[in-house]
Design a binder for this molecule. Structure first.
Ligand code: B4P
Length: 192
C-alpha cells in the first residue's frame, strides 16, 4: 500500500506513521527524519538545511526531490510506503505524482489529519519540553503553521481532485486516531 500523511506540524503524522509502518509492514519515509539525519551527520546537504529547518522554513524543492528519488529507488519500497512530510507544496505534489507515474506506483491514499490550531501549539510546546527539537520554539512553530496554511494546505485539494483524499479527525488518543485511519483506508484493525 502507498500512502501519504498530510497535516499541520503537530497533527500526528510522525506518530501515526510509526504505528502504520508496523501494521502495514511497509517502510516509513519521513522527509523531516531524512533531513535531521543529514544535519546530524554534518553532510553538505545537512549544513545547507540546518538553519532553514531551525527557522521553520521549507528546505528547497530540488534538495527534497533528490532525496526522495534516492529513497524511492531502494528495493524495500516495492511493497509500498508511508510518506510523511512530503509533499509540502503544490510543486512537490506535482513532482511526486510524476515520479510515482514513472516508477508505476500511484498513490493509493492521502490521509489528512485534522487538528485545531490551539491543540497543535500545545502539542509542539509539549514536545519542545520533552525533546528540545530546534524548530519547536514558539517563533518557528508560528512560522511553520503559517507556511502550512499558505503552501501545504493547497496540497489537500490536489489529492481531493485525484480522488484519493481521506480526511480523519486527528484529536483524541493516539490509539483512537490510529483506528480512524485504518477505518478510512479500509484495513481491518486485527490484520497484520
Ligand atoms: P517534520 O519532521 O515533518 O515535522 P512536523 O511537521 O512537525 O511533524 P512531526 O511528524 O514531527 O510531528 P507530529 O505531528 O507527529 O518537518 C520538520 C522540518 O523539516 C520542516 O519544518 C522543514 O523545515 C523540513 N522539511 C521536512 N519535509 C520537507 C519538505 N517536503 N519540503 C521542505 N522542507 C521540509 O507530532 C507532534 C507532537 O504531537 C509529538 O510530540 C506527538 O507526541 C504529539 N502527538 C501526536 N499525536 C497526538 C495525539 N493524538 N494526542 C496528543 N499528542 C499527540
Amino acid at each position: 500500500m502507498r500512502l501519504v500523511l498530510l497535516g499541520a506540524p503537530g497533527s500526528g503524522k510522525g506518530t501515526q506513521a510509526t504505528r502504520l509502518k508496523e501494521h502495514l509492514q511497509v517502510p516509513h519515509i519521513s522527509t523531516g527524519d531524512l533531513l535531521r539525519a543529514e544535519v546530524a551527520a554534518g553532510s553538505t546537504l545537512g549544513l545547507q538545511a540546518k538553519a532553514v529547518m531551525a527557522r521553520g522554513d521549507l528546505v528547497s524543492d530540488d534538495i527534497l526531490l533528490g532525496m526522495l528519488e534516492d529513497r524511492l529507488s531502494r528495493p524495500d519500497v516495492a511493497s509500498g510506503f508511508i510518506l510523511d512530510g512530503y509533499p509540502r507544496n503544490l510543486a512537490q505534489a506535482d513532482a511526486l505524482g510524476k515520479l510515482l507515474a514513472r516508477i508505476g506506483q500511484p498513490m493509493d491514499h492521502a490521509v489528512q489529519l485534522e487538528v485545531d490550531t490551539d491543540k497543535l501549539v500545545d502539542r509542539l510546546a509539549g514536545r519542545a519540553q520533552a525533546e528540545g527539537r530546534a524548530d519547536d520554539n514558539p517563533e518557528s512553530v508560528r512560522n511553520r503553521l503559517n507556511i502550512y496554511n499558505d503552501q501545504t494546505a493547497p496540497v489537500i485539494d490536489f489529492y481531493r481532485q485525484h480522488g484519493v483524499l481521506k480526511a480523519v479527525h486527528g484529536e483524541g488518543s493516539m490509539d483512537e486516531v490510529f483506528t480512524r485511519i485504518l477505518e478510512a483506508i479500509m484495513v481491518g484493525i486485527d490484520v497484520g
